[in-house]
Ligand binder design. Sequence first.
Ligand code: ADP
Ligand code: MG
Length: 669
Amino acid sequence: MAATETPLIELVDVGRVYRRAGAGRRGVATRALSDVTLRIDPGEFVAVMGPSGSGKSTLMNILGCLDRPTQGVYRFQGRDVGQLSADERAALRRESFGFVFQSYNLLGSATARENVEMPAAYAHLGRALRAERAEGLLRAFALGNRLGHRPRALSGGEQQRVAIARALMNGGRVILADEPTGALDTKNGEDVLAVLADLSARGHTVIVITHDPEVAAWSERRIELLDGRVVADRRTEGVTRPARGDTVVGPNPSPRSEPSGRRTGIDFQRAAESLRGTLASLRANLLRGSRLRTALTVLSVTVGVWSVVAMLSVVQGGYRESVETVSRIGADRIFVRSGVAYGDRKSTPVRLTLADAEAIRREVDNVRAVLPHVSGQLTLRQGDRSVETTVQAAVPEMLVTDRLRLARGVFFSERDSADHEPVVVIGAGISDELFPVSAAVGRHVLVGGAPFVVKGVLARYRRSGSVVEDYRDKQVLVPLGTAQALLFGRESLDSITVSAEDPKRVGETARAVDNLLARRHGHRGFSLSSDIPSMIGFSTVERLMSALMGAVGAISLFVGGMGVTSVMLVSVAERTREIGIRMATGARRQDILRQFLLEAVAVTVAGGVLGTMLGFASRVVFDAFEVPAALSVWFVFAALACAVGTGLAAGIVPARRAAALDPVAALSR
Ligand code: ADP
Ligand code: MG
């Protein structure tokens, strides 16, 4: 064999010592390999022999970059492998090596084709190309009708051929086979060896560990180990290869370079593909033996998210209800009246005007509405009927702020006020008194002697069957402009009511109104009043309630998250060998980390979706018990964010543990 400039594989004084914590202070040291120096050239077919425990597997793991020597130097194509990072070694495994194990080491949850595709998936080869290539390899190994079978449904020989196909998926320049025929009967064993011999003939470098002298007889070179040392390294003349033609042999796949370098921005196709792959593996993993466990974990997260949604809705519902109560009792309002403080003889009362109301509306923060008030005691007359009552000037805004509902007709507009239209809106009680038999709207009525037209009648406040009159049924409202011009003959207002947007900040708003009016009038000839103490009580209770509910929700979510963590830890422990297989076929640490994180997130998102649905469904229960609950669309996002966050937090420890596994240790489980 012609020696090339740079050898493919070169070991110089390589040693490997295993240290295990033992009885002694330094633990027990096992010397598995000592002073191994050898060189292997491209296309060689090497048999490694030796008794059990002589270090064959250790040598193989070092050659395949699954393990690192503790002494000496290993160069692959001239590169010192000892200097490479874990991910660089993973890349080398992915691109240059193909492993074939005695126990096949196929993923039980994946089909034959998916098993073969795995190394290419980690090399980011496109889905279509991957499937095509995997199918081609399996067909060449007479497994064309076994593509969708899982390893369980395949014979030992078939499984080993799937494993060889997987070793060839990314090219497989160097095939490392650790006792590949150990678990096979003679016929199947011979088939597998014929395949390996043929690969060697096609230019692959094949290194095979075997006990079988017959196997060794096929090889061109025999390396013998004893107690971790190379005791013989012979090239055999006149190799007797099995006859060609009676076995199926794979194609000669040329080493393929990774399609990198042509990446621009975000590769959506690749992202979609990895998502699809992840979903497929999630489905496979969640549907394996641990189905009940997965279901229980999802359930625990469901309960956590459910309680978060329920708590949120109760807090929000309670808040809305209390804001409503507050505005109903008027605690969100500030009354401004003209007048001076008791005992103040120097100041004079200010004249509050519409301009003051406008200024408050314009300049003060947290103002929902500003209502100017002017009222007077007047007589209303209709034919021979009359009623003496309070006539109030009103602005159209009052319709909203006082929640007025009209039984008939309409409310007046800004225009009515500006044009001093003689129109009036009356309460149901007034309507009863003045128009007992006919409809009031459109009819004339004398207000303080002046003719007005009834524009609307308010809905009745008095409960049916109640003997108590409601004062609101006695309201008589005329447009502010009309009232000032036609009824009261003055520009000044009796008072101004300011409603706060956020009732909790009434105090602050009152101070701002106070300062504004003092500035406008030059002195404090007015007085402010509001129900601030009840607001303070309200906001304290509200804060306490939110904190309590939030704590309950967070605790249940935390408990759910711990469930996810423990299940994931068990899963990592159970799937150690799977992780080892993935690493041997070239998975980066990141790939493993991502896989387990995504599994955790998938479980919590499933719980999140169910929990949100339950949260919305429990509306029925809240309604039945008259608990004020409100649900918003943003709860869905909040709940899903909680679920994803919990998944990431709960999955990080198990995922890191999985990614940190040593491939050799993981494979030996
Ligand atoms: P072979 O494959 O030739 O049977 P190995 O390479 O598996 O031999 O093992 C060589 C020696 O190293 C044996 O004495 C074995 O007990 C020891 N050994 C192998 N793996 C480990 C390990 N992870 N920890 C400690 N000792 C080990
Ligand atoms: Mg071994």
